[in-house]
Design a protein around this ligand. Structure first.
Ligand code: OGA
Ligand code: MN
Length: 369
């Protein structure tokens, strides 16, 4: 029997804590390769007859700037399919609300622009500086992909080692906090996107101040964690997914709550606010595409034909899309946008600072750094 102090009748420290860590058990189950997990309980919002999935109506009063949404690549909100989830107050899921082909703009930004100085990436810890990982790493990556198929012993490339980029207020993983002075300009386009999405979903006055862009290979994971470093929990985290499909686990306030598994697919947007803002979550698995090298629908070549004349996608980006496409065959990108500081308040300390998280475990292929 489990007590808060350990198992009765057991001399072994902490094994009850482990069996109470239901989140971890589920995480391990979904991460496993052999046996591969059954996916029948994983919620697919696009096809779901799951009783926990609740359709949500957007309040037309919140649709204030349709033109901007269109320019940013989104469909008219009346066409969005929005869902909540029973038992998760403040959780919202928008099923791929993008206009055809427009996700390519954001993918390109995440690959070519965001991981450049002055933004911060995990590669800054390497001995030699990396100012522009795409420029420095793409041809090596391409050679690897075109020559290295099947040769598992080949070392991975610099671009494979890119795991995260931070924007705006750069979270300090060592000190476990944001600093007022560790700030670079938040990308204006991503700021507009997040503000408009927030407004449309009923969160006016949202100020995107920080983002983590995660890059996942097909064997990557993101360990279970809570995002409680921000100083204003009343503001949502907005998550944008691109590329290959993830299994995402959403749990409760403690690890003893069994998490719900769902697919996050190319184009999906997810919001964690209210009660769900401080829920445990993680990514135990990226699904391999059904056919090797297959891109998700919204990113594949056919989309190219339908040019969006009023969109932000410059034609130069179209011409180099082929390169991004090669990378996205084996990649998932997730952007989580956060408001760090409460309106009218500065960088104060939280009373629960001791409990703040360390960098969630990010694993990417066995030989990752
Ligand atoms: C994060 C996060 C989830 C995802 O970056 O904090 O939880 O879907 N990402 O990649
Ligand atoms: Mn998170």
């Amino acid at each position: 029997m489990a007590t808060p102090y350990g198992s009765i009748g057991s001399v072994q420290k902490d094994d009850s804590a482990e069996s109470d860590d239901v989140f971890r058990n589920e995480y391990k189950r979904y991460k496993a390769k052999d046996p591969a997990p059954k996916l029948d309980e994983v919620i697919d919002f696009g096809a779901s007859r799951n009783k926990k999935v609740i359709p949500v109506e957007i309040d037309p009063k919140n649709i204030t700037d349709q033109e901007s949404l269109t320019r940013l690549g989104l469909l008219h909100p009346s066409e969005w399919r929005v869902f909540g989830l029973e038992g998760f107050l403040g959780f919202l899921f928008i099923l791929n609300p993008w206009r055809r082909g427009s996700q390519r703009y954001w993918v390109t930004r995440c690959l070519r622009d965001f991981p450049c100085k002055p933004n911060v990436t995990n590669l800054d810890k390497l001995q030699h500086g990396v100012d522009n990982v795409w420029k420095e790493g793409y041809s090596e990556y391409r050679n690897y992909r075109l020559q290295g198929k099947g040769k598992k012993t080949q070392p991975k490339t610099l671009l494979h080692k890119l795991r995260w980029t931070t924007l705006g207020y750069h979270y300090d993983w060592d000190k476990k906090e944001y600093h007022q002075e560790r700030y670079t300009e938040f990308p204006p386009d991503l700021s507009q996107l997040s503000t408009h999405v927030a407004q449309t979903l009923g969160f006016p006055h949202y100020k995107p101040e920080s983002a983590i862009v995660n890059y996942y290979g097909l064997d990557s994971q993101l360990g279970g964690h809570v995002d409680h470093q921000e100083l204003d929990y009343s503001k949502p985290i907005i998550s944008f997914s691109f590329g290959q499909t993830a299994i995402f686990l959403l749990g409760g306030k403690t690890k003893s709550v069994k998490p719900t598994a769902m697919f996050l697919q190319n184009g999906d947007i997810m919001v964690m606010s209210g009660d769900t803002r401080l829920a445990y979550h993680g990514v135990p698995k990226i699904l391999k595409p059904p056919i090797v090298g297959q891109l998700p629908e919204g990113l594949c070549e056919d989309e190219r034909r339908e040019r969006l004349h009023d969109s932000m996608l410059p034609s130069a980006m179209e011409e180099t899309w082929e390169q991004s496409a090669l990378f996205m065959e084996e990649c998932r990108i997730n952007i989580t946008v956060r408001q760090v500081v409460a309106e009218g308040k500065g960088f104060g300390k939280r009373s629960c600072d001791d409990e703040l998280q360390t960098e969630p475990k990010r694993t990417k292929e066995a030989q990752g750094s």
